[in-house]
Design a protein. Structure first.
Length: 196
């Protein structure tokens, strides 16, 4: 029996050695699989981090662009308000001229607008009928003073169906349309909206 015990002991030793080798191999394989999984997770995390960074960068860029647009919009509104105030002040100043200066201004406007060879009528506000209206009729005898009023500072000339509006609000609106870029440059300089 000693021979059988020796054989069993030898088989047992070989089995333990083989089991130990299999166990070590399985542990190495398990460690390799865990390492591959860690690397896979690290790559996934890195890609996700890059995507998140890119997304955040896009959000930041969009916010910057929105802030620039809001700044430009606010600046434009402010500039428009300043131009509006300037034209309102100009209108008030022109409407506030004393009678002699107002008459002189209106006659200068009439000089450019009246068609002396044509019969026509002039609509003048009630306030200026006695001074400017009379001067207009003396200067342009073919122009008759209408019983109608133009309702605002300045005057309107009528030649049949054609009207020439020389009221101050209309003239200032024409100047504003024609000269708005130059006025903005005079008021604010030639700077870009970014201050460059």
């Amino acid at each position: 029996m000693k021979g059988i015990e020796a054989i069993v002991a030898h088989i047992d030793a070989d089995s333990r050695q083989e089991c130990s080798a299999l166990l070590q191999s399985a542990q190495r394989r398990a460690e390799e699989l865990r390492e591959r999984e860690r690397q896979k997770q690290a790559r996934f995390a890195a890609r996700e981090h890059e995507r998140m960074e890119e997304h955040l960068s896009q959000i930041e860029q969009s916010r910057r662009q929105l802030l620039v647009m809001e700044r430009r919009s606010a600046l434009l509104r402010t500039r428009q308000a300043v131009v509006e105030e300037a034209f309102a002040a100009a209108r008030a100043s022109l409407e506030g001229l004393d009678t002699a200066r107002r008459e002189k201004l209106y006659l200068k406007l009439a000089e450019a607008a009246v068609e002396p060879e044509k019969e026509g009528e002039a609509l003048v506000c009630r306030e200026d009928r006695g001074t400017f209206g009379a001067a207009l009729q003396r200067t342009y005898p073919r122009l008759h003073l209408s019983a109608e009023s133009c309702g605002t500072a300045g005057f309107i000339l009528r030649y049949g169906a054609v009207e020439v509006d020389c009221t101050l609000p209309t003239l200032l609106a024409q100047v504003r349309r024609r000269e708005s870029a130059r006025i903005a440059t005079l008021l604010f300089g030639a700077e870009d909206d970014d201050g460059t």
